[in-house]
Each structure stands twice: as C-alpha cells, then as structure tokens.
Design a protein around this ligand. Structure first.
Ligand code: NAP
Length: 296
C-alpha cells in the first residue's frame, strides 16, 4: 500500500480563500483587519518568517505591520509596547516573533497579549479554553493539524492516537483537541521508555519533536495515518554519502520532518509531507484567527 499524500497547501488555500472573503465583508462594514507583528532585535530566520507573514496577509486581504524593536529592549519596555497594541483599536491581532533576547521569558510576555488579540493562541487564557473545546483562538499549529486530520473524514471516536512530543503549544493542545472527539490519546515524550511499543498500536500518529527519522517504518502498523509537524534542515548528500556544496562551498540543505517519509508512506494510509503538509496550515490558521478576532 502507498499512502494518500495529504496536500496541506490545498487545504490551507481553501481556508485562506474563506479568510479573504470574510476580510472583504468586514471591510465593507468599515472594519479593516490589521495583524501587528512584534520583533525584538535582528534574526535572519525571523526575517524570512515575517516576510512570509506579510505576503500571506496581503493574499488574504489583511493589513500587516511589523514593529521592529531594538535588541536591547527591556522586559518592561516590551510589556508596555504590547500594552499599547492591546489598547490600539486599529490592531486586530498581535504576534510575537521568537526568539526573544536572552533574559526575556516568552511565556510571561505572551501572557500580556490581550486574549482577544492573541491570534497565535499562546496566551494561557486561550490555551486553557482548549480544555473546554473552545478553539476559536487555539494554538495555530495544533489547530492546523486537527483540521488536516478532519480533512480526511476519519471518525476519531475510539481511534488509538499517539501524539509524540508534549510541547505546550503543539503536542499538548493537539492531544486535548483529539480527546474532545473521543479518541484514545497517548502522549509520548522524552521520558517515554519504548516509543515504538506505542506507535505500533496507533491508528493515527502525530509527531512534533524536531528529530529527523524519529519515526521509521518498523515503528508503524499498516494503514496508519501519519501527521508530521517536525521541521529539520539536514545536509543534502550525493549517492556516495558526501555532502553537496553550494557555490560558496557550504553544504546545501533540505527540509525534512520527523518521519522517514519514503518508507513510512509505503505502509500508511494517509501521510503529510514536509514541506507542504502541516506548515501551510499553521499560516492559514493564523489568518483565520485574525478574522475570528476581527469578527468579535
Ligand atoms: P519543542 O517545544 O522542542 O517540543 C519537542 C517535544 O518533543 C518535547 O515535548 C520533547 O520532550 C519531545 N522529545 C524530544 N526528544 C524526543 C524523543 N526522542 N522522543 C519523543 N519525544 C521527544 O518543539 P515544538 O515547538 O513542539 O516543535 C516540534 C517540531 O515541530 C520542531 O521541529 C518545530 O520546528 C516543528 N514545528 C513546526 C511547525 C509547523 O508549522 N510545521 C510549527 C511549530 C513547530 P521534552 O520537552 O521533555 O524534551
């Protein structure tokens, strides 16, 4: 059996089209949606993310403003800045770019974002609502994975689900979302003694760890559904196993997930690729949350 590859870009495109439609209707009523991104200091990876956010917002009819704060911004100054955005009527949603400079704890600043403007779903108030099945502003990646699972029309009730990774904004909320649909959810993590003994029993496996090839074909049963959240940059190699270099003499890299995709897809019924699976859904959910925030 070779798995059906779940096209995250296609599912995300549909959501973005709905967002654009909703943003247009709000605009007709005189309400423009504005996503404010806060970046402290310089970071090459963040530059790529913010450029992509700006592009995605433009495509969805949402205004985007990047606030670049100096690298020596103190925790208090950052809190005050977030407070200003909280009180700004034009700002619909706020996104805080990671990483923050050393000494500024992300969770404490995320807690400062007004829950109604917390479009990433990282404020404890929004995280807590997931327990009750309220997912309007739930963490974007978790909701993106949930929507991808739903896009297969699988009946979740009674399914054995293994969630690998227990981070606060990915693994834990995904586990709660699936629990609300009466799946039997096992959460595995760094303390799990025998990961394969759990994954081999799973009807659905979701992996959010950040380790290439963590899930191999011998760890899954036939017909499993696999959702790969991991993003890893690994060196490209030629047939002899030597790194392929770019014109600057540095190793060329490619992006892979946490699953041995080529082999696992031969046993799975559904699988998400990396890239092109969960990633586009995270962005789509972010835009969807801006609309949700604007509508309220
Ligand atoms: P994280 O906070 O680092 O969490 C990783 C989780 O994996 C932790 O719960 C960790 O446990 C667990 N873990 C580490 N080694 C393990 C092992 N050998 N077996 C089982 N569990 C293990 O990361 P995250 O934010 O959840 O992100 C996870 C991955 O998803 C990363 O590659 C990240 O880049 C990617 N990601 C992708 C998207 C997207 O849009 N596609 C969005 C967010 C994240 P401990 O905490 O106990 O060490």
């Amino acid at each position: 059996m070779s798995a059906q590859i779940i096209d995250g870009n296609a599912v995300a495109s549909k959501i973005i089209a709905e967002v654009k439609d909703a943003a247009g209707k709000l605009k007709e009523k005189g309400r423009t949606l504005l996503l404010a991104a806060v970046q402290v200091g310089e970071n090459p990876a963040s530059k790529v993310y913010t450029a992509n956010q700006a592009k995605s917002c433009e495509a969805a009819g949402i205004e985007y403003k990047l606030h670049n704060l100096p690298a020596d911004t103190s925790k208090d100054q950052l809190r005050q800045f977030i407070g200003k955005l909280n009180n700004d009527n034009k700002t619909t949603g706020i996104i805080l770019q990671m990483p923050l400079p050393p000494g500024i704890d992300a969770t404490s600043i995320q807690s400062e974002i007004l829950p109604a403007k917390d479009v990433e779903g990282v404020n404890p108030a929004n995280l807590g609502k997931v327990v009750f099945g309220e997912i309007e502003l739930c963490p974007c990646t978790a909701q993106g994975v949930y929507q991808l699972i739903k896009s297969t029309n699988v009946e979740l009730k009674g399914k054995e689900v293994v969630m690998v990774g227990h981070s606060d904004i990915v693994g834990k909320p995904i586990a709660l979302l699936l629990l609300n649909d009466l799946a039997t959810v096992t959460v595995c993590h760094i303390g799990t003694r025998d990961l394969a003994s759990h994954t081999r029993n799973a009807d659905i496996i979701i992996v959010a760890v950040g380790k290439p090839n963590l899930i191999t074909a011998d760890m899954v049963k036939d017909g499993v559904m696999v959702f790969d959240v991991g993003i890893n940059r690994i060196p490209l190699k030629d047939e002899k196993g030597n790194p392929i270099l770019n014109d600057k003499g540095k190793p060329r890299k490619k992006i892979v997930g946490d699953v041995d995709f080529d082999k696992v897809k031969e046993k799975a019924s559904f699988i998400t690729p990396v890239p092109g699976g969960v990633g586009p859904m995270t962005t789509a959910m972010l835009l969807n949350h801006v609309v949700n925030a604007g509508q309220r």
